[in-house]
Design a protein around this ligand. Structure first.
Ligand code: XUL
Ligand code: CO
Length: 442
């Protein structure tokens, strides 16, 4: 199919770091083996439908700017959805991206009733199945849009009206089955409007119980239909609501623990959400790994000065290297991958801008992988961390952690020993070490 992106012949090929071809990869070499795995299998890139094909470039101050003919007024909604899908798969195929992701409402129009909407989704899932077979593109994850329609103004699972909970449950049931039908490797639940604006009209305790019940129903249904992908919650601290319940990985972990959902639900970590929560990407991955709930990544970037979800394409190898290092340290992705939940700037109106954005993002992640893999292989950074904790493998550390020591016992001990020594944390030296790996990554 070469109908929409006519100026890009495709497929985009790897030409190496010295290439000046703007429509070639300089770092992403799908077949190259890095740390025992093909680069393609490490990174498991996905392009997303929402920002790249469903969004028209509009913002709160102005109308859409992007050249997306399927948004023209007066088109039959199903014809428009099919034209959009043909363009999307032309893009996935030319970019050579192995996976894609969708919200139900990205790929199919909303009908007048739930029944109509479900039938429209079924029709577009059949259409997607054909494109996937033709191009070999696989589905990383599907998700339901429980936030755009006005009916969800007060949330979905956490809505004060059970009718809305029931509607959202029906929609997720249908979308999870659609994802399963398409061989989806995961299913994502981003909180959307699961949060609140003011306590004056909100019962937090009740809303959290509703959210837990909703999640349990999703897990029950996953097992009922034999979907063996992961259920992933995507944390985000605010936007659209002032207080989003799934604030960060730690908040999600505590929620899963208190509702007996550990092992059933993992996290999809978005880089820009991590920075909005006051953390950073590497921190969120490290917390998820430590808790055993790491799943997948939405690879994008925020802006240092803007405190909202700007969803830029990733451009900083330095920022991504530490996140990739944490991912590799935990053994890499299983069913997860790197989804570009990122959007063009509103003035990037040429059709090929979508290629430049993804090529840059894929090269950034690929070079970060190279730096992280070298860092892991050489072991210098891990060695410095291990040295710092060495005391815990000695007698005192072991006795404390095994429960042999008590507070008064340690007081008695302190009465007889000298002031403990101090060792440098060597942060600057370690930062220079990381910089070396970033500079030399090839
Ligand atoms: C919203 C966001 C979503 C989720 C899926 O900020 O990141 O695209 O990734 O609903
Ligand atoms: Co996201």
């Amino acid at each position: 199919m070469t109908d929409f992106f006519t100026t890009v012949p495709g497929p985009i090929a790897y030409e190496g770091p010295d290439s000046d071809n703007p429509l070639a990869f300089r770092w992403y070499d799908a077949a190259r083996t890095v740390a025992g795995r093909r680069m393609e299998d490490h990174l498991r890139f996905a392009a997303c439908y929402w920002h790249s094909f469903a969004w028209d470039g509009s913002d709160i101050f102005g109308a859409g700017t992007l050249d997306r003919p399927w948004h023209r007024e007066g088109l039959d909604p199903l014809d428009a959805a099919k034209a959009k899908m043909a363009a999307a798969f032309e893009f996935f195929e030319k970019l050579t991206v192995p996976f894609w992701c969708f919200h139900d409402r990205d790929i199919a129009p909303e009908g007048r009733t739930f029944k109509e909407s479900a039938a429209l989704l079924d029709e577009m899932v059949d259409e997607a199945q054909g494109h996937m077979e033709r191009t070999g593109t696989q589905l990383l994850w599907g998700t339901a849009n429980l936030f755009s329609h006005p009916r969800f103004q007060a949330g979905a699972a956490t809505n004060p009206d059970p009718e809305l909970f029931a509607y959202a449950a029906a929609q997720v049931c249908h979308c999870l089955e659609a994802t399963h039908r398409l061989g989806g490797q995961n299913y994502v639940l981003w909180g959307g409007r699961e949060g609140y604006e003011t306590l004056l009209n909100t019962d937090i305790g009740r809303e959290l119980e509703q959210l837990a019940r909703f999640l349990a129903m999703v897990v029950e249904h996953k097992h009922r239909i034999g979907f063996d992908g992961l259920i992933l919650i995507e944390p985000k601290p605010f936007e659209p609501t002032k207080h989003q319940y799934d604030f960060d990985v730690a908040a999600v972990h505590a929620f899963l623990q208190s509702h007996d959902l550990i092992g059933e639900v993992h996290v999809n970590i978005e880089v820009n959400h991590a920075t909005l929560s006051g953390h950073d990407f590497a921190h969120e991955v490290a917390v998820a790994r430590a808790a055993g709930i790491f799943g997948s990544v939405d690879a994008n970037a925020g802006d240092d000065r803007l405190g909202w979800d700007v969803d830029r394409f990733p451009v900083s190898v330095e920022q991504m290297t530490l996140g990739m290092y944490e991912i590799l340290r935990g053994g890499g992705f299983d069913s997860g991958g790197c989804n570009f939940d990122a959007k063009l700037r509103r003035q990037s109106t040429a059709r090929d801008d979508l290629f430049h954005a993804h090529i840059g993002g894929m090269d950034t992640m690929a070079r970060s992988l190279l730096a992280a893999a070298a860092m892991l292989e050489d072991g210098e950074l891990a060695g410095a961390v291990a040295d710092r904790y060495a005391g815990w493998d000695d007698d005192l550390g072991r006795r404390i952690m095994s429960g042999e020591e008590t507070l008064p016992g340690l007081r008695d001990r302190a009465l007889g020993v000298a002031e403990p020594g101090r060792t440098s944390g060597r942060q600057e030296a370690l930062e220079n070490l990381v910089a070396r790996y970033v500079e030399r990554a090839r």
